[in-house]
Design a protein. Structure first.
Length: 470
């Protein structure tokens, strides 16, 4: 790619300090593994993590006020209860979780097999450990994994087997006759509805993205986005990636949401309910992993820029974004919006609904949300660090670094599922509750009477989520 001249480092030479920056970009684009772009260890990752938590704390204080936010943040019994409720949702979604984990293992194992004999993997590992001890590398990777607690559930388009299965399921749903509504909760309403018009767009985009991934691998670009064809792919590829990530996340959101309904005996995949959460689910992916799409856009756009741009402010931005701490810094700021997925699970899939729902969640459960993300981040950091510490004890081989990344994802995938389930639980708690109308005396003015009236049939908070119309 022409854009690599901006770093002048196309070869994975361990003695070249700039090779670590390119390696960090490849690991992020290829496996959503956030890593340091510097050749020497440092504390920037720790500050990135603390800054993200600090930004979210400020937002929660603004939404709730100091008193309520602090009470929720240190509500130990409430946190224990939330942990149990998140685990309960996962256990009641056992079939979906088993499918996700099984296909994730298949995907990561297949990728590992393809890279088993790649000699460049040995050079990548040597570039990392040339100035770091194994302990420093494990701690560094654990801290940066804590910055992206939803990396394994918000970037599911990288899971090729899961994407193929989802596209086939959506295609069948688009051609088979369906009832007007999927079975819903005891309120008599349902989350799904008639087959949304998004279904065809979803499986069509997924099919095109599968072809794109195959072509990129055949062209020798298994990790970095493949472009340099037409200028339009600079926008289409990141948008397509976000859309595919979105409908896979929507499947998880709908499944985990339905698992919390006490009257639901069996949680099964309902394509209409999942696609009904689009395009808000794609917005949730953008909010959780903005560096994923920014990296693809900037990298593809860089291929079309003249070399004279590299000495301008645009060139400085590209070097910061792709060759310095730009990816980690953006992910740090994403702590402000990562919790949006919990609110989107209870919406009809509109972008305005997503924003309003997240504001409601922050006002009602912001302290609990911050505590849940901190717990998830610490769990991701510890488990990921242990995985690196164990795997990197092996002698340097071409497959060792990729295996360490894969085992770290094995460890953090359950944490990502619990984090998503916990945010959905908090989103459900923040739903507005309709109250039965009180009989108003005749002497009360009409405007006050209308202000106090509510629908007596809407006493259940779930009744406001009727099936979306097509």
């Amino acid at each position: 790619m022409a854009g690599w001249s901006i770093w002048a480092q196309s070869a994975p030479d361990p003695s070249n300090p700039g090779a670590v920056a390119l390696l960090a970009l490849r690991r992020w684009c290829g496996s959503l593994t956030l890593s340091s772009p510097r050749s020497a260890p440092g504390s920037h990752g720790v500050w990135v993590l603390l800054a993200g938590w600090g930004l979210l704390l400020v937002l929660v204080l603004m939404a709730q006020g100091p008193g309520r936010a602090i009470r929720q943040l240190f509500d130990i019994p409430g946190h224990i209860q939330l942990i149990g409720q998140g685990i309960r949702r996962i256990r009641r979604s056992a079939s979906a979780v088993a499918i996700l984990i099984g296909l994730a293992v298949l995907s990561w194992t297949g990728a590992q097999a393809l890279l088993f004999w790649r000699e460049g993997g040995r050079a990548d590992l040597r570039a990392l450990i040339r100035t770091r001890s194994l302990g420093e590398l494990a701690v560094e990777q654990g801290v940066l994994a804590a910055v992206t607690p939803l990396r394994d559930v918000a970037g599911l388009a990288d899971n090729m087997p899961l994407l193929i299965v989802a596209v086939i399921a959506l295609f069948r749903a688009s051609i088979e006759p369906q009832d007007d509504e999927e079975p819903g909760p005891a309120t008599g309403r349902s989350f799904g509805g008639p087959r949304p018009g998004w279904t065809t767009l979803a499986w069509g985009t997924g099919f095109v993205y599968i072809l794109y991934r195959i072509v990129a691998r055949l062209a020798g670009s298994p990790e970095l986005p493949y472009g340099n064809c037409l200028v339009i792919e600079t926008i289409l590829i990141p948008l397509g990636m976000a859309f595919v990530d979105g409908f896979l996340l929507a499947w998880l959101l709908a499944t985990l949401r339905n698992a919390g309904l006490d009257d639901t005996d069996e949680v099964r995949f309902a394509p209409a309910q999942a696609i009904a959460l689009m395009p808000a689910a794609s917005i949730a992916c953008l909010a959780a992993l903005p560096a994923r799409y920014v990296a693809a856009f900037v990298l593809l756009a860089n291929d079309h820029l003249p070399t004279s741009v590299h000495s301008t402010e645009i060139g400085h931005y590209i070097r910061w974004q792709l060759g310095d701490w730009g990816l980690a810094d953006i992910q740090s700021a994403a702590m402000l919006t990562v919790g949006m997925a919990g609110a989107i699970a209870w919406t009809r899939g509109g972008s305005a609904d997503a924003i309003r729902g997240y504001g409601r969640l922050l006002a009602a459960e912001g302290g609990h949300l911050l505590a849940a993300l901190m717990l998830a981040g610490m769990a991701c950091g510890v488990l990921s660090g242990v995985a690196y510490a164990v795997v990197l004890l092996l002698p340097p081989q071409p497959w060792v670094l990729n295996a360490a990344d894969s085992y770290a994802h094995y460890a953090t995938l359950p944490i990502g599922l619990w984090t998503l389930a916990a945010m959905i639980e908090l989103g459900g708690r923040s739903l507005p509750v309709a109250r039965r109308a009180q009989k108003v005396p005749r002497h009360v003015p009409d405007d006050e009477e209308h202000a106090e009236m509510s629908d007596p049939e809407s006493s259940d908070p779930m009744s406001s989520f009727a099936a979306p119309s097509t």
